[in-house]
Design a protein around this ligand. Sequence first.
Ligand SMILES: [Zn+2]
Length: 495
Amino acid sequence: MALLSRSLNMLLTTAALALAGLTASPAAAQQFEQQPIDPSLTVAIASPVRDGAFYNLMILEQVPNQRQCWQEQNTGSGPVSIDPLLLNFDFAGACDRKTDSNGYSVRINGQDLGVHYRLEVSARQNDLVLFARPTRDRSAPPIEIGRTNGRPQGNTGGFLKIQLNPGWQMARRVFNGQPVGHIYLTHDAPLNVRLAEGAAPPLSQSPAAPALPVVPGAPITQAPPPPPSGTTPTGNHFRVIVPIVNNNTLQQVRAVEPEAFRTTVDGQAVVQVGLFRDRQRADEIYSALVAASLPAKIVAASAPAVASNPVIPPIPRGSIVVVIDPGHGGRDPGAIGIGGIQEKQINTTISNRVRQQLQAAGITVLMTRDSDVFVDLDARAQMANRAGANLFVSIHANAISMSRPEVNGLETYYFSSGERLARSIHSAVLRNVNMRDRGVRQARFYVLRYTTMPSVLVETGFVTGAEDAARFRDPAAVNRIADGIARGILDYLGR
Ligand SMILES: [Zn+2]
């Protein structure tokens, strides 16, 4: 026990030192507090993906005095298997489920580390281990938080409880004195003593300077005072950009975030990934771009015009709501392919046909854009969240270099809860259209991570591919793609 806690302290100290050496300050996160949670009301679970090919962290939280969320089955002294009772549809009100960094993060000794550490479940011999893994300084060691204490023989798809190591617990985030839905995996180890011996000051006293790179003349400053009532709210937003350094920059950024587009900032040609009110979301995308070796920057920006936010029409009571998200639009044409074919037009044509088919089946369909206008990345996800949509389907066309016409095929992406929807759509399209199958894939795209319902992104073919571009020029074939997507959605919904 003593040995265990000492090695834990060493790990934590290493983590804190690594953190202090980073240039980014946790300024944005310092406004958060934490509050304990009754341990019997939350459970951390290793949640299998692709029949246990890999695992995600899922946290369930029981709402007191409501239907039971999960059941634990102890198989002896080892692992505890979990039966999540309300996983499928209507767990709202009884059970809160968190499946990504929007719902949980790491906090150590009162410091939010969500930007610097990603929670990850890794298979280790006969165990599944929950780690906080560094996202920026990849030479820093991961921190072990808990483990399943074994894995039943032949377990290929079961949910297992993650038993937290000594000193670790779950706590709730508190913002401006109000508890919010975000859960911390937290450890209260006092790190300051060891840090005081070293070069780094305690983290809580680090200066709150803007530490991410910013373009000159555009420092990130505090939010301005609230505007007079009756005007468009403005304030500091965070624009994530990548300067265009060569012909591949746009494609490389789109592999990380498909909705990215080309624009200019202060006269410089850049790829803009998105505009965020929330610094932490900007930081997360920044980290993903840096991890892909792209020279990303965060710059201050004013709030987007209200006109770029999609309006949610009245929704009939009790209806199933599907948000269709045609990628790109307006000043962002999306990918440009063989013969000058524009992705945004393909996305629009397919989306309109999907809408028509779903409406014919009695589904309420909302579109993130229904004309050729620009809509920011975050606005697309937030529309679905604000509408309380049941499903979100983003429609894109793919691209690679114009010198690779041999690359063709369908790809369907999900992040967490959209896997079954992704498989349903993917197979329905392939049944309807004779095209190459590039598989159902997992990706951390923004609209998949920050929508709260099952969500997928369909890449309906390559505008740069000889076979796919020819299909995109054939209206009957484009309709078959759309009909396949609609069929896959209806199959998923059991219609
Ligand atoms: Zn696209």
